[in-house]
Design a protein around this ligand. Structure first.
Ligand SMILES: CC(=O)N[C@H]1[C@@H](OP(=O)(O)OP(=O)(O)OC[C@H]2O[C@@H](n3ccc(=O)[nH]c3=O)[C@H](O)[C@@H]2O)O[C@H](CO)[C@@H](O)[C@@H]1O
Ligand SMILES: C=C(OP(=O)(O)O)C(=O)O
Length: 417
């Protein structure tokens, strides 16, 4: 087991480069199953989740060739259409192979992901959409089995906005006969990145980035080369860390348009934020003010930034209300932040954070990916030493986080227990 040892109190200063986005890379890699021709991805982040997805693709018979931050995937000799519990249990996004497999091979058997520490996270909408496209779906012994002769385009209205649900169904519809309309679609930039890649493979998708996506099915897709978009959540996390420590940092190779609400909320907190075409800089202002947060689907405030902003609120002037509307159990970081001296109360899906003048370092336990980032931010802002345990959560979604933080002047190291 590894942990992070952080000595807080040092303002972060300098410049770092954003990595490719986990939440874009995972569906993009799954999309490789849709063609027998090679797919090449650049700007692939080096993350545990990416390695899990590549292992899953290899398990299915794909040839995977990696070099630095690029990968070539050839799905010309698929030997299995089954994703086992062992891989799915370590990464929920494994469900993203379900629709590409059904679309190209007419069958798939994928372990149900089950819940995780942030919520129950069912995949009923993925299944509802697949059924509407003409697939027979059964659930048995913890697996979802799907088979179809030929998928048929149709109207699908999901009960709620679902990001991977939209991505999965888009990947089913691209090879269906006729036109599919996805209503109530997720508008996240990662959905647009996937649609751009699918269109470059020969798909006919319109409306990605809006809540109505129209997909005209095609017979076959071909290979292409695609650059994974930058990770807006990673970028946001580093900007919050810079402001929380009273410093100033610039993140390059990112897209400020994807981070409009994060920039807005940082400014509301009193931070000074500037940006150019592909960089954002955030610096602490004269005072740090508590900011209310209400998570909701894009373009509203992302649930994946909620924990990090809560960490910022713990040391701000005044009180903030944090409403988590996406996941029912995404306050696991609260008891850990309290161990640093934060003043937070929870009532259902709402947390009230009253800013304190200082946090003091303590041993901490990470419970999920973004909770881990929040603990690192709080520890960087706290007096003295903190340790963050169970950082395998962090390694799922942040590439070399401690190296990037060290480049900004943080006192942080990874140690083996
Ligand atoms: C790999 C990836 O991209 N993960 C992101 C994706 O997760 P993911 O795609 O799993 O999240 P969803 O958008 O699907 O979930 C939104 C809400 O809908 C519910 N739901 C979803 C599908 C379904 O079939 N039934 C159902 O009830 C979920 O439990 C949740 O309450 O979007 C989340 C919300 O922005 C982010 O936090 C995750 O980082
Ligand atoms: C919740 C997240 O990821 P996943 O959907 O992969 O669990 C996340 O990226 O914050």
């Amino acid at each position: 087991m590894q942990k992070l040892v952080i000595t807080g109190g040092k303002p972060l200063r300098g410049e770092i480069r954003a990595s490719g986005a986990k939440n874009a890379a995972l569906p993009l890699l799954a999309a490789s199953l849709l063609t027998e021709e090679p797919m090449v991805f650049h700007n692939l982040p080096d993350l545990a989740d990416v390695r899990t997805m590549l292992r899953l693709l290899e398990d299915l018979g794909c040839k995977v060739t990696r070099s630095d931050h690029a990968v070539t995937i050839e799905a010309s000799n698929i030997t299995s259409t089954e994703a086992s519990y062992d891989l799915v249990k370590t990464m929920r996004a494994s469900i993203l192979v379900l629709c590409p497999l059904v679309a190209r091979f007419g069958k798939a058997k994928v372990s149900l992901p089950g819940g995780c520490s942030i919520g129950a996270r069912p995949v009923d909408q993925h299944i509802k959409g697949l059924k509407a496209l003409g697939t027979e779906v059964t659930i048995d012994h913890g697996y979802v089995s799907a088979s179809a002769d030929k998928l048929k385009g149709t109207l699908i209205v999901t009960d709620m906005v679902t990001v991977t649900g939209t991505e999965n169904l888009m990947m089913a519809a691209v090879l269906a006969e006729g036109t599919t309309v996805l209503e109530n679609a997720a508008r996240e930039p990662e959905v647009v990145d996937l649609a751009d890649c699918l269109n470059a493979m020969g798909a006919k998708i319109q409306g990605a980035g809006t809540d109505r996506i129209i997909i005209e099915g095609v017979e076959k897709l071909h290979g292409t080369t695609h650059t994974v978009m930058s990770d807006r959540i990673e970028v946001g996390s580093f900007l919050v860390a810079a402001v929380a420590t009273g410093g100033k940092a610039r993140v390059t190779h990112c897209n400020p348009r994807d981070l409009a609400v994060v920039i807005d909320k940082l400014r509301e907190s009193g931070a000074e934020v500037t940006f150019g075409d592909d960089w954002i800089e955030a610096g602490a202002g004269k005072t740090l003010k508590a900011v209310d947060i209400r998570t909701a689907p894009y373009p509203a405030f992302p649930t994946d930034m909620q924990a990090q902003f809560m960490a910022l609120d713990t040391i701000a002037e005044g009180a903030a209300r944090v409403d988590e509307t996406i996941f029912e159990n995404r306050f696991m970081h609260v008891p850990e932040l309290q161990r640093l001296g934060a003043d937070i109360t929870i009532d259902g899906h709402t947390a009230t954070v009253r800013g304190v003048s200082r946090l003091s370092g303590a041993p901490l336990m990470a419970t999920d990916l973004r909770a881990s980032a929040a603990l690192v931010i709080a520890a960087l802002a706290a007096d003295g030493e903190s340790t963050v345990d169970r950082i395998y959560h962090l390694d799922r979604g942040y590439e070399k986080m401690e190296e990037k933080l060290r480049a900004l002047g943080a006192d942080i190291k990874r140690v083996k227990e």
